[in-house]
Design a protein around this ligand. Sequence first.
Ligand code: SAM
Length: 305
Amino acid sequence: MSSPEKEHKWFIEQTSPGTAHMFAIKDYLVATRTPYQQVEIVDTYFFGRMLFLDGKVQSAELDEQIYHEALVHPAMLMHEEPRRVLVIGGGEGATLREVLRHPTVEQAVMVDIDRDVVALCKEYLPQWHRGSFDDPRVKLLHQDARKFLEENEAHYDVMIIDLPEPVEEGPARRLFTWQFYSLVKERLNAGGIMALQAGDFSLPFLEAHSAIYNTIKQVMPDLHSYSAFIPSFNSDWSFIVASKDSTIGAFEANEIDRRAGERHLALDYYASETHRRMFAIPRNIRKRRNAETTIIDDDRLLTIY
Ligand code: SAM
């Protein structure tokens, strides 16, 4: 990466009322408002190209591989034979890209509410999707994913939920409630597994993760929090994987390398060794998370800053 001049502009992502991340801007490529959200695509000096929605970083060229492998492969490898997969959100096409690496996949349906975001990602983020939208196994739909699940009875082996955080007025807020997770469970096949990104996993910011975890637990009690450090998020970022029929509780980390080998996956970040690190949760985080009593409800939505 080249270094910024002394005088340069900064993109400031405010992460709480008292904290922010700053990225030195090389080139400002896109700033537009779609019917659903504010979209910005920026070339930064350190992290390369970055996508922001409603001012929040979604992914960066330098480390999107870590984020997308961490989101997709635990659920996909915990399932013995994922054939039908649903991606909820996932605008950049990188979640889809990682799903399609599994030769077991016969169909991957992606439902992203925002046609404009996906069109911009197709044009500006080719390193993310790498042609995944053109794979004949893919069906791409533009609709609210909750409405889609309510109106369609199709079932899936794995669902990967790659939504932005539930910011005020954002399009994803009704997809973090127990009502939504019940619907997800209904639309999973027997033995089905879901995974999602679930917010910052560092202690001062743990409230959202804890509330999401406790909400899913009411519906699918066989669940795990895990995390990966994402440099462009400047944080240990959390994910949750949960199963419909309690099939992942006793899952052995050694299985990851064996199944990845069987599926001929040459992964960059995720492996049995990485799995052990990602699923090892510090005691203070576990304690705080397990003490959470909030259940996110359609009448009491979670809002993060
Ligand atoms: N990696 C991300 C992060 O860190 O938050 C999320 C990535 S992806 C860009 C999120 C996508 O979810 C966006 O393209 C957005 O349009 C989509 N989305 C938001 N609300 C949605 C909804 N209700 N139904 C379907 N897709 C939705």
